[in-house]
Design a protein around this ligand. Structure first.
Ligand code: ACM
Length: 533
């Protein structure tokens, strides 16, 4: 019914005048916006972008010029228009207004002018993404296309449902190059994601340089699932990723998974293994109240490097002071190069850590994270410990843990494996991926509500939504794209758009338009049979 109505409006109101000839333009509702904005008011005309268009930015923020240049750069290849950017004039206006910073933005378009306003630079950036999605899909082209660059007129008021909208890349099971991480960031930004969680360490690889523990990357970074050569980011390279993401209003959340999922560290330094039995236990490593590292170094029993895909077999020695020195060094070095507020301590699947040891470890490590000024995040198992105020638990498997989190007054990041895990196969024929949680077709990733998914957990208990891509079976950019798209777009809408506005049928129509953009961008997405691409 709704779409019939729009077809009628389309026929009646779609002829707008440019200088030469009438131009067809469908209303905003037909443009295929993802995620769906909070409110849309279409006025049935068109704004024609021409070669003399220019961008003006106004306001206090020092990233406004970067946003203006981003918009200009996104539009230039397909249109051939080199839009000047200035603080003094323009018919595309980006204005940061005064007031408490909020991610909300307004986009108004009439026949002569486009205006995006927000109290935050992030909000302006989101408005820019919406504006870009209103162009004909050929705007994605990397060469000049002969198209009338008309966008529909009207206004949009928009703001996200959840403040944390994330995706995770597991760069540990298979190392992911900086170029591929940046490419992923580019795609995330188009859907208004604002957090990139990097799973930097696991049994198969340690992927971040730690200057005080160099063997972590020298040894622990030297392989990956399947026995390939692995790799790691130097601290400079990590900073490059962080800065690249920040330019698109995406904050990096580093994860060091512990005390389980640590084989790569255990292979790098024998003394971190619980199997090292010093003559009188840990006490013997203390000489006059200080740790005698010589004694430890004489007792290395490093683990073997591991390139399989089993989980749950490794643990740091939770009863050694040396372990906490290691953990503190790692947290300190990574926190120093991480401007974002969060540090993820993992904590999942520590099946060979005794329960009391696990609790002791998590509680102690939480304090270390806080000492370096960061907010703890951990997988839902951490809620079996006493959480510090503010610690976030990331729900992936155990509803009981989500409830324990709430009972402690802490917030939950929603990543239910059955809905958000991007490494799950679409169906039994999917060429890569796993299915231990579920087969997840596009509809499954779209049709769920974070605020009712776990009984007793509601919107106020939830920080946001995150879609993790685990990479046991994912080896290159083509694999990443195939598993991620179109499902990442569905999760973007789950995280951004109000449940009442969302409809699977409408999403099916809009994602097909998005598919055309992916085709032009040569993104090898999965052509779900649930969509008429
Ligand atoms: C997880 O999937 N082990 C968090």
């Amino acid at each position: 019914m709704k779409s019939l109505l729009w077809s009628a409006i389309l026929v009646a109101a779609s002829i707008v005048s440019s200088c030469q000839a009438p131009i067809q333009v469908a209303p905003i509702e037909e443009a295929g916006l993802i995620p769906l904005p909070k409110s849309i008011n279409s006025t049935g005309k068109g704004f024609l972008l021409t070669a003399d268009a220019s961008i003006q930015y106004k306001g206090a923020g020092n990233k406004l010029e970067t946003i203006a240049n981003y918009l200009s750069d996104r539009i230039a290849p397909a249109t051939g228009f080199e839009m000047p950017v200035s603080q003094t004039f323009g018919n595309i206006i980006l204005e940061q207004t005064n007031g408490e910073a909020s991610e909300a933005y307004q986009l108004t378009i009439d026949e002569n002018e486009v205006k995006i306003t927000s109290t935050s630079e992030a909000g302006i950036f989101y408005g820019v993404q919406t504006f870009l999605q209103l162009f004909p899909t050929e705007i994605e082209s990397s060469y000049v296309e002969s198209v009338d660059w008309v966008v529909p007129t009207g206004s949009i008021q928009d703001q996200p449902e959840f403040e944390y909208r994330g995706s995770m890349l597991d760069v540990a099971r298979h190392f992911i190059s900086i170029e591929d991480v940046k490419h992923y960031i580019d795609q995330m930004a188009k859907f208004k994601f604002n957090y990139l969680h990097l799973h930097l360490t696991d049994d198969q690889g340690w992927r971040i340089e730690i200057k005080s523990w160099p063997k972590l990357t020298e040894i622990g970074g030297s392989t990956e699932v399947g026995g390939g050569k692995g790799g790691f980011y130097t601290q400079e390279e990590y900073k490059e990723i962080v800065a690249y993401a920040a330019d698109q209003f995406i904050t990096v959340v580093p994860e060091v998974d512990m005390p389980g999922h640590t084989n790569a560290a255990l292979a790098s330094y024998g003394e971190l293994n619980p199997g090292v039995n010093l003559p009188d236990g840990d006490v013997s490593t203390m000489v006059e109240g200080k740790i005698d590292f010589d004694i430890l170094d004489k007792n290395p029993v490093p683990a073997e490097l591991y390139s399989g895909i089993e989980v749950g077999f490794s643990t740091l020695a939770t009863n050694k002071e040396r372990t906490y020195q290691f953990v503190e060094d790692v947290i300190r070095e990574i926190s120093e190069i991480t401007p974002g507020p969060y540090f993820h301590i993992g904590g999942d699947e520590s099946h060979v850590t005794e329960k009391p040891d696990y609790i002791y470890f998590v509680e102690r490590v939480q304090e270390l994270v806080q000492k370096y000024g960061k907010i703890n995040v951990g997988w839902d198992e951490i809620a079996t410990s006493k959480l510090l105020p503010g610690t976030i638990s990331q729900f992936w498997a155990e509803e009981e843990n989500a409830k324990l989190t709430k009972e402690q007054g802490n917030k939950i990041l929603m990543s239910p494996a059955k809905r958000t895990y991007l490494d799950m196969q679409y169906d039994s024929t999917t060429r890569i991926g796993l299915h231990w949680a579920a087969y997840i077709e596009l509809e499954d990733s779209y049709k769920w509500d974070p605020s009712t998914y776990v009984e007793g957990i509601n919107k106020f208990d939830i920080l946001g939504v995150e879609a993790p891509l685990w990479t046991e079976t994912v080896t290159n950019r083509a694999d990443i794209e195939y598993m991620t798209f179109p499902r990442l777009a569905a999760i973007a809408e789950v995280a951004w758009s109000t449940k009442d506005l969302r409809s699977w049928e409408d999403f099916q129509r809009r994602i097909a338009i998005q598919g055309k953009r992916w085709d032009i961008n040569k993104i090898g997405f999965y052509r779900s049979p649930q969509v008429n691409w």
